[in-house]
Structure formats: C-alpha cells, structure tokens
Design a protein around this ligand. Structure first.
Ligand SMILES: [Zn+2]
Ligand SMILES: [Zn+2]
Length: 229
C-alpha cells in the first residue's frame, strides 16, 4: 500500500508499505535493480524484500516476475506445469502465467472482502438478537477440545480422558484415535464429537434456543449487506 502524507507546505510525500508486514519506507529508490517495496505482478499488492519471490519465465525474452508470498503459494501448480512446457510452447506457458495471475487477483479480492465483513456475532449483539454474555458462551463452546466435548456429553469419564492424554505423550496420534484404541470411545462417539466441534455459531445459538431460523437468516443477510456497502 502507498500512503500519501500531506505536509504543511502542501507537498506530498509517499510512504511505501508492505501489505504483509509492518515494513515501510519513504525512500523507495531502486538499488541493484530492486526497490525496497515492489508491486506483485499478479495481484498488485506491495511487498518488502522478505515477502516476495521471483520466477524466471522463458516465454518471450525471459520475463522475470516478482510475486507476493500469497500469489507464490497459489502459483505452485501453475509453475510446475510451466516448467514442463518450457522451451516447447511459450504460448502455453503464457496461458498458465495468466491463469496464475488471475487466481492471485481473485484471492486478494476474497481476502479484502473477508476483512470488511463484520463478524456474525457482533451483528447478533448489536442488533440485540442475543446478549454479549450469550455470544461469549457460544463462542467458548466452539473452543472445546474433543475430550471436553465427550466429557460434557457423558460419553467418556475424566479418568478415561486423563489416561488417553497420558498415552498421547508417548505416541504422536490424535486424541480421538487414542480414545478408540483404548476402547473408551466408539468410532460413532468420535464422529459425533467432531461434528459437535465443527458447529457454526448460528447452529450453537439455535440449539440453545437463543435464535430462530428466521433470525439467523436475517442476521446473515445484514452481514452481507454491510460488507457490500
Ligand atoms: Zn513484508
Ligand atoms: Zn500477489
């Protein structure tokens, strides 16, 4: 991101900021062909030297592309294909590159939309569907571990959980697997527990009868409206 600073003498100075960390500079001069903050060739986000990668393409005269780390990760599968077609079909390489850039831009848009969208819980409280304490209680339900979920439901005992946790220290396995292995839980118990853990906020509140289907639909619509403003 480039920030404009308006000074007292009405001059404007620019501050070049990395979109991935706190790095910024007022002096973005090129040295050895490289600026401290550069623009991603796919999504256009600004990145410092720690948050960029370069990819050398063979298409037309060896185009060297600079990418933010976000687009670099997205581009992995495209680069693999690009390398496989290099030197035989530069049009194909170019198509792959364009697809990579398009996906990078789409991902950036998704990230921005997510950041703008208010949390459902905040809307439910501010529109007075539920109270802040009720929101916090529901959110803390989402934080429960598989062991806590099974204990709450009376499906295992505290002693059984402790035994499984002790055993987990010795083997690197998931707790659910260990509970099954020790015979404390059936596969159905574990599936049930995992489903409980995956519940969304709205589902939890509906289950607690704090929210009706209609109210949830209404709140989700409000969330969408606010984020598209
Ligand atoms: Zn950075
Ligand atoms: Zn990018």
């Amino acid at each position: 991101m480039i920030k404009e600073h308006h000074n007292a003498d009405s001059a404007v100075t620019l501050e070049y900021c990395c979109d991935f960390c706190d790095y910024s500079t007022m002096d973005n001069k090129e040295s050895l062909g490289m600026k401290p903050v550069m623009e991603c060739h796919a999504c256009g986000r600004h990145v410092c030297s720690g948050h960029r990668k370069f990819y050398m393409e063979t298409w037309v005269d060896s185009h060297k592309g600079m990418y933010c780390l976000g687009c670099w990760v997205i581009g992995k599968k495209h680069r693999d294909q690009m390398i496989s077609v290099q030197n035989e079909a530069w049009e194909k390489e170019n198509d792959l590159r364009l697809a990579w850039h398009r996906e990078g831009r789409e991902e950036k848009r998704r990230q921005l939309a997510k950041r703008r969208r208010p949390k459902l819980g905040q809307i439910l409280v501010s529109e007075e569907y539920i109270k802040q304490e009720q929101l916090e209680a529901a959110l803390s339900e989402q934080m429960l571990t598989i062991g806590q979920v099974l204990i709450q439901a009376g499906r295992i005992t505290v002693r059984e959980l402790q035994e499984a946790l002790d055993y987990q220290q010795k083997v690197s396995k998931q707790l659910g697997e260990i509970l099954k292995e020790l015979g404390h839980s059936t596969p159905e118990d574990i599936d049930w527990g995992l489903n409980r853990m995956a519940r969304k906020l709205g589902e939890i509140l509906k289950e607690q009868e704090l929210l009706s289907d209609d109210e949830l639909r209404h709140a989700v619509a409000t969330q969408r409206d606010v984020s598209s403003e």
